[in-house]
Design a protein around this ligand. Structure first.
Ligand code: ZN
Length: 360
């Protein structure tokens, strides 16, 4: 009955209705419970007055008991900014965690509108993991500050910045003028597209889980080791697949719109021609597009790639001038779409490259 009641309100499946966070209520909090859960008029006693009947009260008490039991399971509530981090946190925390990403995996993670739901989820979390290296600087600090949750603030017990564990690429040598719009002032934050760098970042998730729940430290560490092995094997397999194709090339095969594939290229020994953007986060001028199109054509570049949120018209303009095809690719796991996990994400990217490199 609980499932039917909740399904009636939000159109959600029973599974979705069971998703954390579940709200719990004290016995005298029936009014709040009625607000939170749809009370169907066609419900429990057959009367149509919309009143909570005696049978309804009985169902409510079952609901309270069920909520309490689920709470008793005592899983660590982990919120991650990105879907990739959620995947890693689930692999490391297994049955001891309940993980939810704020993003869907289709957004540009630099630019996200802060929605009240994010603040509510972070307020209720024991652990918050972000990519860091200023990837989420435009929105995550606001979410953290407004959550009022001291445990997950920067430096708190449940705060986890995965970028801290990573060997960072493209670290600027001198000072960066952010007023120019450069969104990579700490170096390139898109490390998760390299399995090796992603493993380094996931080490920070392990650390925070051990800190928050030391009783399961050996489980978390063993799960992390298994994850590291899985990602190492994945990188080896993909590298072996790409190596013979890359060996035939005389020049860089790819150009990217935004420098978000640098770690991916690094993982597989791919030389990049560079990015269509002159500065990360700054839309290229018409002159810049013309210049890089001409030089990429002269260098024999085979494909231009961008995230799914990269400006399509810029990529089209590049292709029009250079004659080089362009493709928008997923850059994160998309749990609601076809990229269900990190393995699928890597496969999708490698497939696109193999296709481009084998094209006559
Ligand atoms: Zn970026």
């Amino acid at each position: 009955m609980i499932f039917r009641a909740r399904r009636g309100r939000g159109g959600k499946s029973p599974e979705a209705a069971m998703e954390w966070p579940l709200r719990t209520f004290s016995d005298d909090d029936e009014a709040a419970a009625e607000k939170a859960f749809f009370w169907p008029k066609w419900g429990f006693s057959g009367n149509c007055q919309g009143q909570a009947p005696i049978q309804g009260k009985f169902v409510l008490s079952i609901l309270f008991t069920l909520s309490s039991l689920l709470q008793a399971a005592d899983k660590i509530k982990v919120i991650t900014s990105t879907t990739d981090l959620a995947w890693a946190a689930q692999e490391i925390g297994k049955d001891f965690v309940e993980v939810k990403p704020l993003l869907k995996g289709t957004e540009n993670p630099h630019y996200v509108d802060t929605i009240p739901e994010f603040i509510r989820l972070v307020a209720d979390a024991q652990v918050v993991c972000i990519i860091g290296l200023e990837l989420e600087i435009g929105w995550m600090p606001k979410v953290l500050a407004r959550s009022g949750n001291s445990q997950v603030q920067q430096g708190g017990k449940g705060y986890c910045e995965t970028g801290k564990g990573v060997t960072v690429l493209e670290k600027p040598a001198g000072p960066v003028d952010r007023s120019m719009g450069d969104v990579h002032p700490m170096g390139n934050p898109h490390f998760w597209l390299s399995p090796k760098s992603f493993t380094e970042g996931a080490g920070q998730i392990t650390e925070v889980l051990v800190r928050v729940d030391p009783t399961h430290s050996s489980e978390f560490q063993n799960n992390y080791k298994a994850l590291a092995k899985k990602l190492e094997d994945l990188q080896k397999k993909n590298k072996a697949r790409l190596a013979p194709l890359l060996a035939k090339l005389s020049g860089p095969p790819l150009v990217e719109y935004h420098k978000e594939f640098s770690y991916f290229f690094n993982a597989y020994g791919i030389t990049s021609f560079g990015s269509i953007e002159e500065k990360p986060g700054v839309p290229p001028s018409a002159g810049r597009i013309a210049e890089i199109s001409t030089s990429a054509k002269a260098a024999g570049v085979k494909l231009a790639i961008g995230g799914e949120y990269a400006p399509k018209n810029t990529l089209e303009k590049f292709s029009e001038i250079s004659g080089i095809p362009s493709k928008q690719l997923p850059t994160s796991v998309q749990p609601d779409g076809k990229i269900k996990d990190y393995m699928a994400l890597q496969e999708d990217l490698v497939d696109a490259l193999v296709k481009a490199l084998t094209k006559k």
